[in-house]
Design a protein around this ligand. Structure first.
Ligand SMILES: Nc1nc2c(c(=O)[nH]1)N[C@H]1C(S)=C(S)[C@@H](COP(=O)(O)O)O[C@H]1N2
Ligand SMILES: [Mo]
Length: 315
């Protein structure tokens, strides 16, 4: 991902993280290799268990990434730029009490307490792969329900064409949001967005858990969105607001580097990132890279959303 430093650095101080990243990935893989069977279970899922029914039709038939890797190799820039920062620092995030404001161009705006949000629709387990724009992917058994179930409750008006997602802004919980933080800087809060039809698509999951339990803080507790056919950064964490809007939301990564990160950000092996190829990826826990699939393998379900759209232009 683009690395830009705050303070005395300028927007031109852009470094390519891929070398560092590849070394980290190798270390994660190597650590898995030297562990004896069972040793990797030191980090077992914690937190409240959630009852959810596996949605087999929408689940990959693949072995999930080890919980250990999925919770120690994270992107959550509110905690810092390094993959291990979220696991190390996310103890400051307090996922209860928590409220999510659902508003904008809707007939019935409402602020939901997180526990009410959890009970709004039956919880499903869905095994999705998440493809980071940096070239790695994971397979994660998420728990949640279609975002559409929430959006239909608040009844978007005829003027709503997009949905904007906003992450918590609170420097007391997120060290990288503090003015004194020296290092990577996005404009906070983290904002993402989808077209309304993307947000209403049955694959788009309002996500409250993984691996049978509530989300660990580093994975975006207490609630995030998961959009499996798009690069991982579209799947914003720790949401406090979901807003229906008329115009394309100004998203964090697009603002930081518009030439590198577009609004759509559909996984597309045919459109390279300006600084690296997107043709292949490495599943965390595997050694050989595998080809990246159009729409991360969900093309049958979502390609029709983009009929007539030039995906090289609308990257
Ligand atoms: N608020 C917020 N959401 C975020 C990010 C972030 O930095 N801040 N990183 C994104 C990126 S780049 C990826 S790849 C995924 C990683 O999700 P995971 O750590 O649960 O695997 O979260 C996305 N959501
Ligand atoms: Mo990412």
């Amino acid at each position: 991902m683009l690395i830009r430093r705050a303070g005395p650095f300028t927007a031109n101080d852009v470094t390519d993280e891929t070398l560092y990243l590849n070394r980290r990935e190798w270390m994660v893989g190597a650590a898995a290799l030297v562990l004896m069977p069972g040793e990797g279970e030191a980090a077992t899922p914690q937190g409240q268990a959630l009852t959810a029914t596996r949605n087999e039709a929408l689940s990959l038939q693949e072995t999930p990434t080890k919980f250990e890797a999925a919770t120690t190799y994270n992107n959550f820039y509110e905690f810092g730029v390094n993959k291990e920062d979220p696991a190390r620092l996310a103890g400051t995030l307090k996922p209860r009490p928590w409220a999510v404001q659902v508003d904008g161009l809707v007939h019935k705006p409402k602020t939901y307490d997180i526990d009410e949000l959890l009970r709004l629709a039956p919880l499903e387990e869905r095994v999705y792969s998440l493809r980071c724009v940096e070239g790695w992917s994971m397979v994660i058994p998420w728990i949640g329900y279609p975002l559409a179930a929430l959006l239909r409750r608040v009844e978007p008006t005829g003027k709503a064409r997009y949905v904007e997602f906003t992450t918590l802004l609170d420097p007391s919980q997120f060290p990288a949001q503090r003015p004194s933080f020296f290092g990577f800087s996005l404009e906070w809060p983290y904002v993402e967005g989808l077209r309304l039809d993307e947000a209403l698509h049955p694959l788009t999951l309002l996500t409250v858990g993984m691996y049978g339990r509530v989300l660990p803080n580093q994975n975006g507790a207490p609630v995030r969105v998961i959009v499996p056919w798009k690069y991982g950064f579209k799947s914003a964490k720790s949401l406090v607001r979901i807003r229906a809007v008329a115009d394309e939301p100004k998203t964090s990564w697009n603002r930081a580097a518009p030439q590198e990160y577009g609004f759509y950000s559909n996984v597309n092996p045919a459109v390279d990132h300006p600084r690296w190829s997107q043709a292949t990826e490495r599943r965390i826990g595997e050694f050989r890279r595998r080809p990246t699939l159009p729409f991360n393998g969900y093309g049958d379900q979502v390609a029709s959303l983009y009929a007539g759209l030039d995906l090289k232009k609308h990257y």
